[in-house]
Design a binder for this molecule. Structure first.
Ligand code: BGC
Length: 413
């Protein structure tokens, strides 16, 4: 049994009323952009209001790659942080490697099983026990548009990749950068997975990026996906390399580019800047159907000391609190993980997201994001991203790309 620390005792103390211990938490996360910082501040404030002392450990870098490197260094030096932004199969990978604190007592006292969709709850469990707390559901397959630019050029949000290409060509012709993109591997992967979903459809996405079926990986459909990636490469500005995702969002906001393909944390940036959906910017699902989900969550490493363990239990309780889930997600651009939080204060993009998620759960098109660590373990996910980014940044042919993809995946298994 790997769940070494059982937080039941400290939770029981907390539930009983005022306590003498001082809940402590050192929290490792990668929420450093404007919208992200506003969101995590909600948790910091609630933690402090309940007597907790929060030590912030932000590690900048969209998608969390740098944060995960920092986490590994901390664990290897025998000094794991108390709480870590961790998601998808990485939760189970860490559990297998070091064990994680069991937050089952908090989950049971607060009825998590009754308010979380089964698919999300499953991600939060290690050998059947609760080992992570979800904060939200981000949708990855979004395209954002600058309303004024689109209106000026008579362009509608594209519903097929051909429409996207036609719109992009028209904008380029008129001297407008069609796509704001940040050339970092995880952002290339983000665009790639939306193209896989759009061109191949949900079933193909499942076969290729979840089941890693070699036939799907080398199929003509996958070649078309790489062809489309090559086309997209022609629509980004010359300075895209290395750009942070939020700077790409700012380009759309400031009228320096028409579109961005990015998960709805981008909406957190628009909102933090006071922009309104429908007026200043437009959201639409990327061409195609389906819902690529990306659930942020926190896991708790095994730590010594009542104060730290109480800090973990308090954080877990707050994270799943209705009030936190509402306020945090209003800022973050995502929707609550809890199904019982009313969406009346949420904007039209969030409402559309919730509707698409429910529809996807019914028709099988609710799929885990590979680019955001929900679908695969680290090794195969990293292998795919290496090929995607190598292709995007070279003149590699689609034939070579699919072969490299299949080989890289086979080697990573
Ligand atoms: C996380 C988001 C975050 C984004 C950019 C994603 O992987 O799930 O919470 O805002 O990366 O850093």
């Amino acid at each position: 049994m790997k769940l070494k620390t059982v937080l039941a005792a400290s939770t029981a103390v907390m539930m009983a009323g005022p306590v003498l211990a001082n809940p402590q938490a050192e929290v490792l996360h990668w929420w450093t952009s404007g919208g992200e910082a506003r969101s995590v501040a909600v948790l910091q404030e609630q933690f402090a209001a309940e007597g907790g002392t929060w030590t912030d450990m932000p590690v900048a870098g969209g998608g969390g790659d740098a944060a995960m490197t920092a986490l590994r260094a901390r664990v290897l030096s025998g000094n794991a942080p108390t709480a870590v932004q961790l998601k998808g199969p990485a939760i189970q990978e860490w559990y297998e490697e070091t064990g994680l604190a069991d937050i089952g007592a908090v989950a049971e006292e607060n009825g998590w099983a009754d308010v979380l969709p089964a698919q999300i709850a499953e991600h939060m469990k290690c050998e059947g026990e609760w080992c992570a707390a979800p904060v939200n559901v981000h949708r990855v397959n979004w395209i954002w548009g600058n309303k004024q630019i689109l209106d000026e050029h008579g362009i509608e949000m594209p519903t097929t990749w051909d429409e996207f290409n036609a719109a992009a060509a028209k904008l380029q012709e008129a001297g407008v950068t069609p796509l704001a993109h940040g050339g970092q591997a995880w952002q290339d992967a983000t665009v790639f997975e939306t193209v896989v979903l759009g061109i191949g459809g949900p079933e193909f996405f499942q076969q290729a990026l979840v089941d890693l079926d070699p036939e799907a990986l080398t199929s003509d459909t996958m070649k078309q996906v790489f062809d489309q990636m090559r086309t997209i490469r022609g629509y980004v500005d010359p300075n895209f390399s290395g750009r942070d995702w939020n700077l790409a969002t700012a380009m759309v906001m400031n009228g320096e580019a028409a579109f961005q393909i990015m998960g709805d944390w981008a909406k957190g940036e628009f909102l933090a800047a006071g922009k309104e959906p429908g007026t200043d910017f437009v959201c639409a699902q990327t061409p195609g159907n389906g819902f690529l989900y990306n659930v942020d969550s926190f896991a708790f490493f095994n730590v010594e000391g009542d104060d730290k363990q109480q800090g973990q239990a308090l954080l877990a309780r707050l994270i799943m609190g209705e009030d936190f889930q509402k306020t945090f997600n209003l800022n973050k651009g995502s929707i609550p993980a809890r199904t019982d939080v009313a969406l009346d204060e949420f904007d039209s993009c969030a409402v559309a997201s919730a509707e698409a998620m429910n529809a996807g759960a019914q028709d099988g098109s609710l799929l885990p994001s590979y680019a955001h660590g929900m679908a695969l373990r680290g090794a195969p996910a990293g292998a795919i991203t290496d090929v995607v980014t190598a292709h995007f940044n070279s003149d590699m042919s689609s034939d070579d790309a699919v072969q490299q993809l299949a080989d890289a995946v086979a080697n990573a298994m």
